[in-house]
Design a protein around this ligand. Structure first.
Ligand code: PLP
Length: 373
C-alpha cells in the first residue's frame, strides 16, 4: 500500500526548464530572474514593492530590523505558531510577547492582543495566517493603528489567501512569505518581503544585500539574505500555477470536510465567511484530547496516511523559550490546540482515491473510538 504523504511539491517540466535556463545563462546568483520574480510577486499580492530573500525567516528578520525593532522592545507573536516567528524577534535582541489564539481559527485573538498592547514597550505585532487562514486583519489593524505600533503579517503559510476579497500581505506595514518545499508554492528555500512603503522596501533591500545600494557602496551594516536566480526562476514558474493549486487544495478540503463533518469527536477546520482559506494545512481537532489524537495518528499511519501535528507545544512552552522567563501566559487555547490538532494531507497532488482513503480511515477510527475510553 502506497503511503499518502502529508506534503508533496509539484515540479513541472516548465519549472525544470526555467531553472535550466538560469544554469545555461551562468548567472546563478543576483540578477534578472530575481527582479522578475519580485515584480511578479508584488503584482500578485497587490503591493508596489517586494524584496526576495533566502528564506521566510530571513525575510522576517530583515523586516523587524528595517522597522527598528531591537533591544528593550517587545513584539507580540502568537503562542501557537512555528518558532521561526518568535526566533526572528529574539535574534533582533527584542522580547517576544506571546499571546493566546482564538480556538476557532488558531490565529491571534484580538482581545488578548488588545491587553498586550497596554504594555509600553510593544513596538510591533506579528500576525501569522496559520495553516493558510487569514488572521482577523480588520481587528488587528484597528488595534495597532490606534496604539501606533507596526502590524507585520507572517504569511509564510498563506500565499493567495484573502480577507474580504483582498489578498493577505497588503494589510500590514509589511508581510513575509516562505517558499520552503512544503509551502503552497516553492523555490527550494526562499522568502519574500512585500510592502506598500517605499522607504521600508529600500531599507529591507539594503539589509538583504550587505547594506549595498550599489556594488561596494555601503549605507548600513547588512546581511547576505539574498535569493538566487535559480530559486527565483523556479518561483516565477510556480507562481503561475499558484491559484490553480490553491483551488485544488480548497476542493480537497471541501471533500474531506464533507466526509468528516458528521463524525463525533473529529472537528474539521472552519472557514469564516470573510476569509479565503488556502489550506496550507487541513487541520482537524480531536476533542477527546491528546491520547485520542495520538491514537488517530497511529491508526492513520497504519492505513498508509501520513499526518503531522503542527504544533505539539505552544512555542513559549519549548525549552529555549521557557529559559527566557518571558512575561505573558498562560495560553490555554494554544495549549489545548497543541493536544488536539492533527493535519491530514490536503495538497494538490492528491487523487480522488487518496481522499477517499483518508476519509475512510478517519471514519473507521472515529466510529470505533468511543469504545476505547
Ligand atoms: C508561520 C511561519 N513563519 C515563518 C516561517 C519561516 O519560513 P522559512 O522556513 O522559509 O524560513 C515558516 C516556515 O516554515 C512558518 O510556517
Amino acid at each position: 500500500m502506497e503511503t499518502i504523504p502529508i506534503a508533496r511539491p509539484i515540479l513541472t517540466d516548465e519549472d525544470k526548464r526555467s531553472v535550466l535556463e538560469v544554469l545555461e545563462s551562468g548567472q546563478l546568483s543576483h540578477g534578472e530572474w530575481v527582479e522578475r520574480f519580485e515584480a511578479a510577486f508584488a503584482a500578485y499580492v497587490g503591493t508596489p514593492h517586494a524584496v526576495a530573500t533566502s528564506s521566510g525567516t530571513t525575510a522576517l528578520e530583515a523586516v523587524l530590523e528595517a522597522l527598528g525593532v531591537g533591544p528593550g522592545d517587545e513584539v507580540v507573536v502568537p503562542a501557537f505558531t512555528f518558532a521561526a516567528t518568535s526566533n526572528a524577534v529574539v535574534h533582533r535582541g527584542a522580547r517576544p510577547l506571546f499571546v493566546d489564539v482564538d480556538p476557532r481559527t488558531f490565529n491571534l485573538d484580538p482581545q488578548r492582543v488588545e491587553e498586550a498592547l497596554r504594555r509600553p514597550r510593544v513596538r510591533a505585532v506579528v500576525a501569522v495566517h496559520l495553516y493558510g487562514l487569514p488572521a482577523d486583519v480588520g481587528a488587528l489593524l484597528d488595534l495597532t493603528e490606534r496604539r501606533g505600533v507596526w502590524l507585520v503579517e507572517d504569511a509564510a503559510q498563506a500565499h493567495g489567501a484573502a480577507w474580504h476579497g483582498r489578498r493577505v500581505g497588503g494589510f500590514g506595514a509589511a508581510a513575509v512569505f516562505s517558499f520552503y518545499p512544503t509551502k503552497n508554492m516553492t523555490t527550494g528555500e526562499g522568502g519574500m518581503v512585500v510592502t506598500r512603503d517605499p522607504e521600508l522596501a529600500r531599507r529591507v533591500r539594503l539589509l538583504v544585500h550587505q547594506g549595498q545600494s550599489d556594488p561596494y557602496r555601503y549605507e548600513l551594516v547588512g546581511h547576505n539574505y539574498s535569493m538566487t536566480n535559480l530559486s527565483a526562476a523556479l518561483g516565477l514558474s510556480q507562481l503561475r500555477s499558484l491559484d490553480e493549486r490553491n483551488a485544488a487544495r480548497r476542493r480537497n478540503a471541501a471533500f474531506l470536510t464533507e466526509g468528516l463533518r458528521d463524525l463525533p469527536g473529529v472537528e474539521p477546520p472552519e472557514e469564516p465567511a470573510d476569509s479565503y482559506h488556502v489550506y496550507h494545512q487541513y487541520t482537524v481537532r480531536v476533542r477527546a484530547g491528546q491520547r485520542q489524537r495520538d491514537a488517530l495518528q497511529q491508526h492513520l499511519a497504519a492505513c498508509g496516511v501520513q499526518t503531522r501535528v503542527y504544533y505539539p507545544e505552544p512555542v513559549p512552552h519549548t525549552g529555549p523559550y521557557r529559559a527566557m522567563e518571558l512575561d505573558g501566559g498562560p495560553w490555554p487555547h494554544a495549549t489545548q490546540a497543541s493536544r488536539e490538532v492533527l493535519s491530514l494531507p490536503v495538497h494538490p497532488a492528491l487523487r480522488e482515491g487518496d481522499l477517499v482513503r483518508i476519509v475512510d480511515a478517519v471514519r473507521e477510527f472515529a466510529v470505533r473510538a468511543p469504545a476505547r475510553g
